[in-house]
Design a protein around this ligand. Sequence first.
Ligand code: NAD
Ligand code: IPM
Ligand code: MN
Length: 358
Amino acid sequence: AAVKKIAVLPGDGIGPEVMDVAVKVLDKVAAKYGVSFEKEFADVGGIAIDNHGTPLPESTLSLCKASDAILFGSVGGPKWESLPPEQQPERGALLPLRKIFGLYANLRPAIIFPALTGASTLKEECISGGLDILIVRELTGGIYFGQPKGREDKPERKAFDTLVYSESEIARIARVAFEAAMKRNKKLCSIDKANVLTTSVLWREVVLEVAKDYPQVELSHMYVDNAAMQLVRNPKQFDVILADNMFGDILSDEAAMLTGSLGMLPSASIAESAFGLYEPSGGSAPDIAGQGIANPIAQILSAAMMLKFSFGMIEASDDIEAAVRKTLDQNFRTGDIFSEGMTRVNTVQMGEKIIANL
Ligand code: NAD
Ligand code: IPM
Ligand code: MN
């Protein structure tokens, strides 16, 4: 098989710590399956500002363009928060990468591994038997990218963002969600705020039109405020959740906590081609960075999603997931998912246990 080229962008905070582990997992997969990955590392985010004066250096971007996929850590942190907003790691690197590569579909699977039902903040009966929700988040439109965006300082300070969606943007992400639902339990809940926002009225209209092509999928609509509540009241009612850029951002952090920790939630940012960007749903975790205690599982599962979606390596991808599951069954826990009676491990040790189970 052709060698797959991966742009590895660890970024800031816990990014490099968990990326180290994910890369070792990929090495093990390569050895086990007799394939090879060409991994090339580059700076992105705060570290790139420090080393190159810009969060997305030309050299990093051209590496991404020359690669089959991007494995991304996380960017941002207190050190760069006082820079002008457009020059900060998040708005200067991560959002442009998503936009430049047209990665409009962000898949965030919130899965509770059986061994972790105790780590969820929800009562055991709410999640008994496990939980498996897929959040499909629109990633290149909405209020994140709408124009105009800016601020004025007179007569008083004023700032504005624009929430705009076109029918084609809504239809293509809706299709991704319906297709995903078809492969799962055929239940889709579309999130909006159609009682207030005009974009949401259009969102609902277009989702209903796309639904005509998927008569087998049971479609429902829910206001985002109610959805936030329902997710913690009875998460099992959800199968696939479809949301715009901002609602999907917020609900996916909430869903992550159902699984025990933000450090468990991977993500895939994809489009029509095989190219994709894979990153944990969480951030650089400045509160624990540098201590070697971050949970590497979200990064490892993001690498597994890369194997599945960009490289078509379904078996290897499932293999990684099974190794994670087994390691949790063996009661190894990083601090974020630790509970009494479990064996506490650090980032590197968690990686070693998972690799041993591969
Ligand atoms: P965060 O996701 O970094 O952290 C929120 C909480 O979750 C923290 O308590 C953190 O310790 C915990 N956490 C997250 N990942 C963890 C892991 N793997 N293991 C254990 N605990 C984990 O969110 P924040 O604190 O709001 O943001 C910090 C910085 O990260 C900001 O600069 C933000 O913009 C950035 N950020 C980047 C990305 C990204 O690069 N994709 C995503 C979200 C936030
Ligand atoms: C995420 C993050 C990003 C987002 C930030 C860092 C720009 O929170 O990937 O969820 O809001 O999309
Ligand atoms: Mn987020």
